[in-house]
Design a protein around this ligand. Structure first.
Ligand code: F6P
Length: 744
């Protein structure tokens, strides 16, 4: 009702405006017509009296006055006068207004009318009202006799104008009202018709133009209902719930996972063989998933003792002591590792995908090896399957080509490719000489996942720009022939609770032991940064922000120490070696500037730290600064939150990480802006305990709920749904009754 009244008012206002404009235009036009009419009328009056006027012109005032009086018999002609060409009055009727002397009228005519004009008129305003003055020249133009001036009464014109305006106002009002009522009635009838039709369509009673909409609504409702039901029924996402998803939706299939980095690396040391857990977000996320699902993880065997720990089929059961899944190691020659891992993956794709201002290097020889190694890993996956429709999780930029290679050998497989790093926009991605091959490789998967929607959009734009395919923007899918690849965001996370924390001392103990080990006073305020030594992590900017903090906030000099744990990474690549040296130089320079009496502002530990050690530092710190220049997600941020069961500690987080979209209670900064970053560090160090608790509690709630089991579970459910639809379409298609083939 309210909407109808609003519509009515708007319509009336609109029509009223239209009426005002219409009135002004109409009034001007009719006045012009009337004035033109008058001029003609004057000419007519003078022409009919011309003979008598000309013959009486010089016969004396009396006769001329008589001729003029004849003219003013017309009720609209108020007065008349006869003037000599020089502007002297020869004769005039009694009512001729004194304001219009012959001289003034003829002078004005000479000014305003065209040279040689025989007639001219004007409409001046008198105290008694508006009049029209028309002048007609008598006699030959070369030697005129004189001029006759006629004065017309225009008061009737004003009366006509008022009458016209009144009529227009009433007419517009009546018309507007009628138009509004008709529109409203028509809209109501149409709306009722649509509602009834939509209602019938929703209950399945009719086939209407609403069918596509109804189909979408139904699908959405079903999806939401099933998600809701699962949430309610399943409770918090956990390993058990993930397993039940596999049983419920995927016939209890075991999962095959392809990732370059292995979760367990065996290294030969002086003390024998040691098991290392690599510093990798991918590994921290996927290892708990594999423990929950069981299956096989296929990875590069890069450890010096890897070969001696596997069986004859290159398998080893892991985790040590728990043995819940298998690790299959694939051996690479030095040439293969150089071309595929260091070369195309980390000198080409890594800088291509991160906006960290490093130039990608694309070597054809590297790409050839990359393709060959992808095939080797794809074959290794195919060797591991025990059905023709396995579930394969292909991880990261090392394996862009593998999904299609696996699809070729296992057409019925459910392949989920997850890209752990950002996907650049098309302009940037387009510089890669093998852009089509990479996209085509990924489109071999059933689902291509990214951390955030923006990277999905970039990928879809890339498909649009470089591939022959149809993009279904409604369902976020790419269709090639009869195959569909969903492109969806799945923000990755960590296990909850983190199993490593069982082996880490509580916060108080961690605080004091870490400070003791680093030779710091027990009341030292401690900041921590934990990364692989990679130029995308913004480690130089992080240290510079600490420098800025000490410069701008004197209170923290001698009191605040920042410890940076930096795991050496990809050191065969010159860019990484240079970074290593630069980070060391920056740290030394800051130390030189601010150290005093045993106080060290920066502690740089450039070595690999096992997860228990990492979590102990998280617990010991007052703040954690994640300053990535660009990062798909960044799980260090989430791990810091998981470590802080005391609900204390502040996370300072780069706005260029995927995590900053989830962890909004962190202090979000632009790591390039040293002023802003140092202000955030100061705010973190001064933050009252209550505020720390409030922020940390909220982030912990989020990470615990949106954990890695949910990440994997959602992808598996979507994959199962896709698989169900594909099977259904396949079956209906061959039945020949309802399928696409029957209609075509
Ligand atoms: O997101 C995790 C990640 O950045 C991966 O993309 C990458 O594989 C890994 O961490 C660590 O790198 P690397 O395997 O080269 O040591």
């Amino acid at each position: 009702m309210q909407r109808a009244v609003r519509f009515l008012v708007l319509l009336l206002v609109g029509l009223a405006l239209l009426a005002v404009v219409g009135y002004v235009v109409l009034a001007r036009t009719t006045r012009a017509w009337f004035e033109h009419d008058l001029a003609l009328r004057s000419q007519l009056a003078v022409s009919s009296a011309r003979q008598s006027l000309e013959s009486n012109w010089s016969s004396g005032r009396k006769q001329l006055s008589g001729a003029l009086a004849d003219i003013t018999r017309d009720e609209r002609i108020m007065a008349a006068a006869a003037c000599t060409p020089q502007g002297e009055l020869l004769a005039a009727t009694d009512s001729y207004p004194a304001e219009f002397s012959c001289r003034s009228v003829l002078e004005r005519m000479r000014h305003e009318a065209a040279t040689g004009a025989e007639t001219w008129s004007m409409s001046p305003e008198l105290p008694s009202g508006r009049v029209n003055l028309s002048v007609t020249m008598l006699g030959p133009p070369a030697a005129p006799l004189g001029a006759v001036v006629l004065v017309h009464d225009l008061s009737y014109l004003s009366r006509r104008e008022v009458a016209t305006r009144n009529f227009l106002v009433v007419a517009f009002f009546v018309l507007s009202l009628a138009a509004s009522v008709i529109t409203l009635v028509a809209a109501r009838i149409a709306w009722r018709g649509w509602t009834l039709e939509l209602g019938r369509a929703l209950t399945g009673e009719a086939t209407t133009e609403f069918q596509p909409l109804v189909r979408n609504v139904r699908e959405l409702v079903e999806r939401l209902a099933s998600e809701r039901e699962q949430e309610v029924r399943g409770g918090r996402w956990s390993p058990a719930r993930l397993r039940s998803i596999l049983t419920q939706y995927l016939n209890g299939e075991r999962v095959l996972l392809l990732a370059n980095r292995a979760p367990y690396i065996h290294e030969r040391t002086d003390g024998g063989v040691e098991v290392l857990h690599p510093a990798s977000g991918l590994v921290s996320a996927l290892e708990p998933v594999m423990r929950a699902c069981s299956g096989v993880w296929v990875a590069h065997g890069s450890g010096s003792a890897d070969r001696q720990t596997v069986d004859a089929h290159d398998h080893i059961r892991v985790p040590p002591g728990e043995e819940s899944y298998s690790l299959r190691r694939v051996w690479l020659s030095e040439e293969e590792e150089n071309g595929y891992y260091y070369g195309f993956s980390n000198e080409g794709l890594w800088p291509l995908c991160h906006v960290a201002h490093a130039r990608p290097v694309f070597r054809a020889a590297d790409y050839e090896i990359y393709a060959r190694v992808n095939q080797r890993f794809a074959d290794a996956i195919c060797d591991e399957v025990d059905s023709d429709d396995p579930i394969v999780l292909v991880q990261d930029y090392h394996f862009a080509l593998a999904p299609r290679m696996i699809r070729e050998r296992l057409p019925r497989a459910t392949i989920i490719a997850f890209w752990h790093i950002p996907w650049p926009n098309s302009e940037r991605f387009g510089i890669c000489p093998w852009r089509e091959e990479l996209i085509s490789g990924l489109l071999g998967a059933s689902i291509v996942g990214f951390h955030i929607q923006q990277h999905c959009n970039n990928f879809i734009d890339g498909v649009d720009a470089f591939m022959e395919s149809r993009i279904d923007r409604e369902t976020h899918a790419v269709v090639q022939g009869s195959r569909r690849t969903l492109v969806r965001p799945y923000p990755i996370s960590i296990e909850w609770p983190v199993h490593w924390l069982e082996h880490v001392p509580p916060v108080d103990e961690a605080r004091s032991s870490v400070r003791r080990e680093l030779g710091l006073a027990q009341d030292t305020l401690l900041g921590v940064g934990i990364d692989r030594l990679d130029y995308t992590k913004g480690i130089e900017e992080r240290l510079a922000a600490v420098d800025e903090l000490l410069m701008r906030y004197r209170e923290f000099r001698g009191k605040f120490t920042f410890v940076q744990l930096a795991a050496p990474s990809r050191t065969k690549i010159p860019r990484y070696r240079e970074l290593n040296e630069r980070v060391q130089a920056v740290a030394s320079e800051i130390d030189r500037k601010w150290s005093s009496d045993g106080y060290r502002p920066i502690v740089l530990l450039r070595e690999h730290h096992e997860p228990t050690s990492v979590f102990r530092y998280f617990r010991a710190a007052d703040l954690c600064y994640v300053s990535s220049l660009h990062d798909g997600m960044n799980l260090v941020a989430k791990e810091f939150v998981a470590a802080r069961d005391d609900e204390q500690g502040v996370l300072v987080l780069s706005q260029f990480t995927g995590a900053s979209r989830d962890l909004t209670e962190a202090l979000i900064v632009n790591p390039y802006d040293l002023r802003q970053a140092s202000d955030a560090l100061a705010a973190a160090l001064r933050m009252p305990k209550d505020e720390q608790r409030e922020r940390m509690r909220s982030m912990r709630r989020l990470v615990s709920e949106f954990n890695v089991y949910r990440w994997a579970g959602r992808m598996l459910v979507d994959a199962a749904e896709l698989r169900r639809k594909e099977r259904l379409t396949g079956r209906l298609g061959t039945s020949g009754i309802f399928g696409r083939s029957a209609r075509a």
